[in-house]
Design a protein around this ligand. Structure first.
Ligand SMILES: Cc1cc2nc3c(=O)[nH]c(=O)nc-3n(C[C@H](O)[C@H](O)[C@H](O)COP(=O)(O)O)c2cc1C
Length: 268
């Protein structure tokens, strides 16, 4: 069984790729977070995987919430692994996951990281199309290697942590405490399509007078801002001239107006 969370599609792609190859069941965390009383039945020889992006060297709040409430039946030391996708470096993202799962007597044996395109548009611009292609091609190669290690149920740590990984507890604390929704707004280019409201994994977005507003808990996945076809969603003043990113495998559709980066990158 593979539990996954993804804002802009990178982690979803990796989870699906593994599921397609191993035949494992896929569980989307954001769709299942509401089903608090769900118990997941684990079979005798089944592997249990977690796939999610790195947020400030930490796991997304929604993933942590899901794991805290996760109930597994039939677990008796089957192989558990976690894969994170990241832009530059993953820090000590897995520390908290390992701790949270060990509180449930679940032991993580395989730890993996796959570098993909950084979607952190509120901090800096998305890398150009050529670089995206190179990174995503390499991600395919890395994922194939990781799949072999998972199939062999290897007890291994295969992840690029980066030099400043020791700041993880600080960034993690700041991430968990921050109120992320304050700076989001929709411009006059918003055509009230409601895509952001429908696709928000935390149900944070509500339409008011035909425009989205951000209320309540937000995991800061940036799906709304990266996924808006009108580029009508902004975050303070920083994102106006920046490109947007969403993982797409084969399409070549125009995403927005500012540059070639708005074209989804065909990389295979
Ligand atoms: C709020 C936020 C924080 C991020 N922090 C990091 C980070 O600390 N290190 C890193 O390498 N990438 C970071 N990223 C980039 C994502 O981890 C990366 O783009 C990931 O592949 C996105 O996965 P997704 O498409 O499945 O959402 C961050 C992205 C967001 C939205």
């Amino acid at each position: 069984m593979i539990f996954y969370f993804s804002g802009t599609g990178n982690s979803k792609h990796i989870a699906e790729k593994i599921a397609n190859s191993t035949g494992e069941r896929l569980v989307c965390i954001s769709e299942n977070i509401i089903a608090e009383n769900e118990t997941y039945e684990i079979e005798e020889n089944e592997r249990i995987g977690f796939v999610f992006p790195v947020y400030w060297y930490c796991m997304p709040k929604i993933v942590e919430k899901f794991i805290v409430q996760l109930k597994l039946s039939g677990y008796h030391k089957q192989y558990v692994y976690a894969i994170t996708t990241y832009g530059l470096a993953a820090g000590n993202v897995m520390d908290r996951l390992i701790q949270t799962l060990s509180n449930k007597q679940v032991q993580v044996k395989g730890i993996f990281g796959v570098q993909m395109v950084d979607n952190y548009v509120v901090g800096y611009n998305i890398i150009n199309v050529d670089k995206q292609r190179t990174i995503l091609k390499n991600a395919e190669v890395e994922t194939t290697k990781i799949m072999t290690m998972i199939e062999r149920r290897e007890n291994i740590e295969y992840i690029k942590k980066g030099r400043i990984r020791f700041v993880t507890p600080i960034t993690g604390y700041a991430y968990r405490k921050a109120k992320h929704t304050k700076k989001f707004f929709a411009t006059s280019e918003c055509n009230s399509c409601k895509k952001c409201e429908r696709s928000c994994p935390c149900n944070t977005i509500q339409m008011m007078d035909g425009k989205p507003v951000w209320v309540g808990e937000c995991t800061f996945c940036l799906k709304c801002i990266n996924g808006c076809k009108q580029s009508a969603i902004q975050y303070g003043k920083s994102t106006k001239k920046r490109d947007r990113y969403q993982y797409k495998k084969k399409t070549n559709t125009v995403m927005g107006r500012f540059s070639a980066n708005r074209y989804n990158v065909p990389f295979v």
